[in-house]
Design a protein around this ligand. Structure first.
Ligand code: GLN
Ligand code: ZN
Length: 761
C-alpha cells in the first residue's frame, strides 16, 4: 500500500541549516560549506523516509529560505532593483531578495496561510520577463536519484503562485496577476520536461489556495493552467496537493475535473468536510492522497481512527486508489522527538514530531493493506489511553469553570467613555499621554543572568537583585524622558508566551521543538497538553516592585489568552476555544491580583489575535466571537478606575475593526510602522471609536531614529481623524531587540513631539 509525505522541515533536528545560513551571511563560512550542510540534511531526510518504507518521497521541499522565493527564482521573476543580469540565480541575488542588501531592501514577507511560516511575496507586473533561471527542482531530483531515491519533485503550483503574488510597485492595483499565467506556464513546461527527461515519474503541484474562498474567475485559472500543461505532463503521474482546510465544494468540482491530474491530495485533519466531499463523488481511475497524519501539530496520531477513515475512503474510491499521507508539509511541526531527552516520559509518549510522523504514515499504509503491526498499534492505543486518563491532563475544577463561561457574556459593567472619565480622575494624565509597549532593550548581560539563574548557577537572591537593578534603571530612564505611563521593561522574560507557559499548569516545553518561522528564524512553541490553571501569581511581584519605585502609573504587563493559544501547540482533544477559555480564566486571576496589589493600568497583549483568523470567511465570525470573548473574560471583573490596555502587532485590522472595538479595552496600542494610511482609513470611513488608541509613531523594527518633526507630523495626521482626548503616543511594539543608543534618542523625540503638539492644542 502506498505512502507519501507532502513535505519535510529543512532546518534539521538541531537547526543545522539555521547555523550554516547565519554563519554564511556573516561571512564566517563559504558557500561551499553551506551547500554541504544542506546536502547532508537532504540526504538524511531522504534516507530516513526511504528506511521508513515511504514510497512517494518528496524532493525540492528543501529551501535555503522559502519555497515561494525558490519559485520566483525558478521563474526568473527578480524585481529590477536587485539588478540581476541573467544566468542561473545564485546566492547573491537569492539572499538579496530574501533579506535585502546594503543598498536595496528585501522583498515583502507575509504569513503562509494560517501558519506561523512566512513566505516571500512575489512582486509581479505586466513588464516582468519570465525565464527559467533556477534549476533547483531538477538538481534536487537528480541529487536524490543519484542516492538511489526516485522522488516526487514538488513545485508550488502555477495558479497558487500567482494568487499569492502582489502587484509590483507602480503597477496598478487592478492589474490582474492571473493574466500572467501564459507567461509563467512556458517556464513550468521547461521544468516539467526536464524532470521527465531526468527520469521523474511523478510530480507534485502544491495548490493550497484552493482551500480559500475563490471566485469563478480564479477557479477558471486552474482549468486553464492544467489544460495548458496537459501535453507536457502526459506520461507523468500528476499530484495536486491541497492543505490546511477542506476544499470548498465549487473548487472541489473544478479540481477533480482536471484531466491532466491523476492524483489529489486532501487534508483530512483540518479539512473536516473532506470526507463528505469525497462521498459526493471522486473521479474514477484517479488516486486519492489522504492526509490523515497531522502536519500542524505534535500529537501522536490516533491510528485506529485514521485507519477507519482510510477504510471509509477505500470503500468509496477503491482500496488500491488510496495513498496514505500527511495533512500538509511537516514543515509546520517540530523535527525529531529523539532529541527531547529532558521531556518527561509520559508526555513524550503522547508526542510525534516529523520523524515520528513518517513512521506513522508508513504503519498506517501497511495496516491498510492488511499487514498491521500489532505491537505498534497497541503501543499507540496505550499512549492515547494514558493521555486520556492522565490526571495531569484533566482538572475537574478548571473544566467546570470553563464550561460555565460558555453561553454567557462577560463585559465590564460600565461603558468605555465613563470608565475613561473615572480613570482620568485617578490617573490625571496629560492630553496625548506617552507610553511604551512593555519591553526595554535586552542586553547580553541580562540574557546571561537569566540563563544562569535557570541553570541554578546563581542564587535566587542574586537574580532578584540583578533584575531589580534593571527595573530601577528602566524606571529612571523613563522618568528622565518624562514618559507618562511607565513599564518595568520585562527583563525577567525571555519570551512573552514562554514566560507565562512556564508558570501555568498544563504546559510543557521542549529543548529542540523548533519550527521555521522565516528564513533562518525558528520558534519553539510551548505544548499545551492539559487543563490550564494558575498555581500562583505570575507577575505581581515584579510589577509591584516596579510600581514601588515610581509615583507614575506602572503598567502591569500580561500576555492575553488568544496570543498564548495561537503561539503554542494546542491540545487536539478538545476544541481550541475551550483551551482559550481556560487560559483566559488563569489570566483573569492574574489581572485581579495585580489590581489588588495596587496596579491601576494593566496591559494584556493580544499580539497574535489576528493570526488565528480562519482561512475561510464563513468561519471568521465564530473565531472572532470566542477570541474576543476570551479577552473580555480576563478583565470583566476589574473596577472602572482600573485601565485595561491591549496591544496588537499589525496594522491591517480594517476588516476586524468591529471585533477589536468589541474587545472593549480602555486603550489599544497598535503597530503602525510602515504607513499611517491603512490604519487611519478605517477611521476616515467613519468607524466610531471611543476608547483610547495609540497607533505606533516609531518603527521599532528599524535602527533608524525618527526625528521629532516626523513624529509630530504623524501625530497631526492622526488628529485629523481621531479626537485628541483618545490619542496616545507610543512606539510600535516592544523595544527588546533595540539598543539603548537607539531607544533613548528615539523616545526623547517621541516625548518632545507629544509635548509640541500638546502646546498647540
Ligand atoms: N509587551 C511585549 C513587549 O513589549 C509585546 C511584544 C509584542 O507585541 N510582540 O515586548
Ligand atoms: Zn507588538
Amino acid at each position: 500500500m502506498a505512502s507519501h509525505i507532502v513535505g519535510y522541515p529543512r532546518m534539521g533536528p538541531k537547526r543545522e541549516l539555521k547555523f550554516a545560513l547565519e554563519s554564511f551571511w556573516d561571512g564566517k563560512s563559504s558557500a561551499e560549506e553551506l551547500k554541504q550542510v544542506a546536502a547532508n540534511l537532504r540526504l538524511s531526510i531522504w534516507k530516513q523516509m526511504a528506511d521508513a518504507g515511504i514510497q512517494h518521497i518528496p524532493s525540492n521541499t528543501f529551501s535555503y529560505y522559502d519555497q515561494v522565493l525558490d519559485t520566483t527564482a525558478m521563474l526568473g521573476a527578480v524585481p529590477d532593483r536587485y539588478k540581476w543580469t541573467g544566468g542561473e540565480i545564485g546566492f547573491d541575488i537569492y539572499f538579496s531578495m530574501a533579506r535585502g542588501n546594503a543598498s536595496v531592501p528585501a522583498m515583502e514577507m507575509t504569513k503562509w496561510f494560517d501558519t506561523n511560516y512566512h513566505f516571500i511575496v512575489p512582486e509581479l507586473g505586466p513588464e516582468v520577463k519570465f525565464s527559467y533561471a533556477s534549476h533547483k527542482a531538477v538538481d534536487e531530483y537528480n541529487e536524490a536519484k543519484a542516492l538511489g531515491v526516485n522522488t516526487v519533485p514538488v513545485l508550488v503550483g502555477p495558479v497558487s503562485y500567482l494568487l499569492l503574488s502582489k502587484p509590483a510597485k507602480g503597477v496598478e492595483k487592478s492589474f490582474s496577476l492571473l493574466s500572467l499565467i501564459d507567461k509563467i506556464l512556458p517556464v513550468y513546461k521547461e521544468v516539467v520536461a526536464e524532470l521527465k527527461a531526468s527520469g521523474a515519474t511523478w510530480i507534485q503541484f502544491d495548490e493550497p489556495t484552493l482551500v480559500k474562498d475563490l471566485d469563478a474567475h480564479q477557479l477558471q485559472a486552474f482549468n486553464y493552467a492544467y489544460a495548458e500543461l496537459e501535453s507536457t505532463l502526459s506520461g507523468l503521474n500528476v499530484l495536486v496537493e491541497t492543505y490546511f482546510a477542506d476544499v470548498p465544494a465549487e473548487a472541489y468540482k473544478t479540481l477533480t475535473s482536471l484531466k491532466a491530474v491523476t492524483a489529489y491530495g486532501f487534508d483530512f485533519v483540518r479539512g473536516t468536510k473532506t470526507l463528505d466531499l469525497i462521498k459526493q463523488g471522486f473521479p474514477s481511475g484517479k488516486l486519492l492522497f489522504a492526509g490523515v497524519v497531522d502536519g500542524r501539530n505534535i500529537w501522536v496520531n490516533n491510528l485506529e481512527s485514521s485507519l477507519n477513515t482510510l477504510q471509509a475512503l477505500g470503500d468509496i474510491v477503491g482500496k488500491e486508489k488510496v495513498v496514505v499521507s500527511t495533512s500538509c508539509s511537516l514543515l509546520h511541526t517540530a523535527v525529531d522527538l529523539v532529541n527531547e531527552t529532558k521531556l518527561d516520559q509520559e508526555i513524550k509518549s503522547w508526542l510525534a514530531f516529523a520523524a515520528q510522523k513518517i513512521v506513522e504514515v508508513n504503519a498506517l499504509a501497511k495496516a491498510f493493506s492488511g499487514q498491521k503491526d500489532e505491537a505498534y498499534f497497541s503501543s499507540n492505543a496505550a499512549a492515547l489511553a494514558s493521555r486520556k486518563s492522565s490526571p495531569r491532563v484533566t482538572n475537574e475544577a478548571v473544566q467546570k469553570a470553563a464550561a460555565a463561561l460558555k453561553g454567557s457574556d462577560h463585559r465590564r459593567a460600565t461603558n468605555v467613555s465613563s470608565r475613561l472619565d473615572a480613570q482620568q480622575k485617578k490617573l490625571n494624565l496629560p492630553i496625548l499621554p506617552t507610553t511604551t509597549i512593555g519591553s526595554f532593550p535586552q542586553t547580553a548581560d541580562l540574557r546571561r543572568v537569566r540563563r544562569e539563574f535557570k541553570a541554578n548557577k546563581i542564587s535566587e537572591e542574586d537574580y532578584i537583585h540583578f533584575i531589580k537593578e534593571e527595573i530601577n534603571n528602566v524606571v529612571k530612564i523613563q522618568e528622565e524622558l518624562d514618559i507618562d505611563v511607565l513599564v518595568h521593561g520585562e527583563p525577567e522574560r525571555n519570551d512573552m508566551v514562554e514566560y507565562f507557559g512556564e508558570q501555568l499548569s498544563g504546559f510543557a516545553f521542549t529543548a529542540n521543538g523548533w519550527v521555521q518561522s522565516y528564513g533562518s528564524r525558528c520558534v519553539k512553541p510551548p505544548i499545551i497538553y492539559g487543563d490550564v490553571s494558575r498555581p500562583k501569581p505570575m507577575t505581581v511581584f515584579w510589577s509591584s516592585t516596579a510600581q514601588s519605585l515610581t509615583k507614575r502609573p506602572m503598567k502591569g504587563m500580561l500576555t492575553g489568552p488568544v496570543t498564548i493559544l495561537n503561539w503554542s501547540f494546542v491540545r487536539d482533544d478538545q476544541p481550541r476555544f475551550e483551551t482559550c477559555y481556560q487560559i483566559a480564566l488563569a489570566i483573569k486571576d492574574e489581572v485581579e491580583d495585580l489590581e489588588r496589589a495596587g496596579i491601576t493600568v494593566i496591559q494584556i497583549d493580544e499580539a497574535a489575535l489576528r493570526e488565528g483568523l480562519p482561512l475561510r470567511k464563513s468561519e471568521e465570525a465564530f473565531y472572532l466571537n470566542w477570541a474576543v470573548h476570551s479577552f473580555r473574560i480576563t478583565n470583566c471583573g476589574v473596577q472602572d478606575t482600573t485601565q485595561i490596555h491591549t496591544h496588537m502587532c499589525y496594522s491591517n485590522f480594517n476588516d476586524i475593526i468591529h471585533s477589536i472595538i468589541d474587545m472593549d479595552a480602555d486603550v489599544i496600542t497598535i503597530e503602525n510602522s510602515r504607513s499611517d494610511e491603512k490604519l487611519l482609513s478605517v477611521f476616515r470611513e467613519g468607524v466610531k471609536y471611543g476608547a483610547g488608541i495609540g497607533p505606533g509613531v516609531y518603527d521599532i523594527h528599524s535602527p533608524r531614529i525618527p526625528p521629532t518633526e516626523e513624529i509630530a507630523d504623524r501625530i497631526n495626521k492622526m488628529l485629523a481623524v481621531l479626537e485628541s482626548n483618545i490619542l496616545w503616543v507610543n512606539p510600535d511594539c516592544g523595544l527588546k531587540t533595540r539598543k539603548y543608543t537607539e531607544v533613548k534618542p528615539a523616545l526623547t523625540n517621541l516625548v518632545a513631539a507629544a509635548k509640541l503638539i500638546r502646546n498647540q492644542l
